[in-house]
Design a protein around this ligand. Structure first.
Ligand SMILES: Nc1nc(=O)c2c([nH]1)NC[C@@H]1CN(c3ccc(C(=O)N[C@@H](CCC(=O)O)C(=O)O)cc3)C=[N+]21
Length: 287
């Protein structure tokens, strides 16, 4: 049976550490503040925004939730971002993706001040990450790295297969893992003989968004399996991209869904916000 990579537990541990960091900041007169911009009323996005608000409250991070109507124009959203860029009390800005079709995501991401870009999606931050000198790291990939590190799973010399090439997971995770000396292959919808490839992986990361598509036949015995998927199955139950029951028998470690990568994503968002606030205060923080 695979050992569970418990993201929920680790996220709670991180929250306790962050509470202390925030107390110090408050003593110095700074309250970390995260602005979350949500355009429209996608129910999945609302759940995510609610979870973020709850963890921020627990840690003592101030949040400002800006919910704009689904018909908001690109110009209006750009104005909102310009205001947040100028507001010196705001340390982090997150624009929830996906955006409605009338708004160009790249245009919006590029409008965010890279120094306030808690998602790490700005081309400046993506570039820094790919150069091996990150400033802000995308939250889901960062959460996966923290989780592997917590369980002492080393990346050096490992064969990693990441299935999915999105800008929020696959690409930045590949960059991070290369920085940590892994041999990384990124597979996607055009990859041929996918399971032949995944069966060779020491570490498999499933980030495609298709319910339970990876079963035991896709996995090498003893592999580490990271399940990034969040899907609803036919019964309306929350399931990952991995068939958890079947894969748990062959994998050495496995992230559950829920309670794996999801809570780690939120914890990393909080950590990044606190880091940005620390950087605004001279002489404290690690970098
Ligand atoms: N600008 C931007 N940045 C993001 O990081 C971003 C985004 N947009 N858009 C949507 C995706 C999705 N995402 C999730 C994060 C945590 C959970 C999460 O907390 N999941 C819990 C609970 C899930 C549940 O109960 O529904 C779990 O897996 O245990 C889910 C989804 C961040 N994303």
């Amino acid at each position: 049976m695979a050992v569970k990579l418990d993201g929920k537990k680790l996220s709670q541990k991180i929250a306790v550490q962050l509470q202390q960091d925030v107390e110090k900041l408050k003593f110095l007169g700074v309250t970390p503040k995260l602005a979350v911009v949500l355009v429209g009323d996608d129910p999945a996005s609302q759940v995510y925004v609610r979870n973020k608000r709850r963890m921020a409250q627990k840690i003592g991070i101030e949040t400002s939730d800006l919910t704009l109507p689904a018909a908001t124009s690109e110009a209006e959203l750009l104005q909102t971002i310009a205001k947040l860029n100028q507001d010196s009390t705001v340390h982090g800005i997150l624009v929830q993706l996906p955006l409605p079709p009338q708004i160009n995501e790249e245009t919006i991401i590029q409008a965010i001040n890279p120094l306030k870009d808690v998602d790490g999606f700005h081309p400046y931050n993506m570039g820094k990450l790919f150069m091996g000198d990150p400033y802000a790291i995308p939250c889901t990939p960062n959460g996966i790295m923290q989780l592997l590190s917590e369980y002492r799973i080393s990346l050096t010399g490992k064969k990693v297969v990441i299935v999915g090439r999105s800008k929020i997971v696959g690409r930045p995770l590949a960059a991070l893992m290369i920085n940590h000396n892994a041999t990384v292959t990124v597979a996607h919808s055009y990859t041929k003989n996918l399971f032949e490839l995944t069966r060779r992986a020491d570490i498999l990361v499933a980030a495609v968004g298709r319910a339970e598509m990876f079963t035991q036949t896709a996995i090498k015995s003893g592999a580490v399996v990271v399940d990034v998927g969040i899907n609803r199955n036919d019964a309306g139950k929350l399931v990952g991209d991995v068939d958890q029951m079947k894969v748990a028998d062959v994998a050495s470690y496995l992230t559950p869904v829920p309670g794996g990568v999801g809570p780690m994503t939120i914890a990393m968002l909080m950590k990044q916000t606190v880091k940005f606030a620390e950087r605004s205060v001279k002489g404290i923080g690690n970098d």
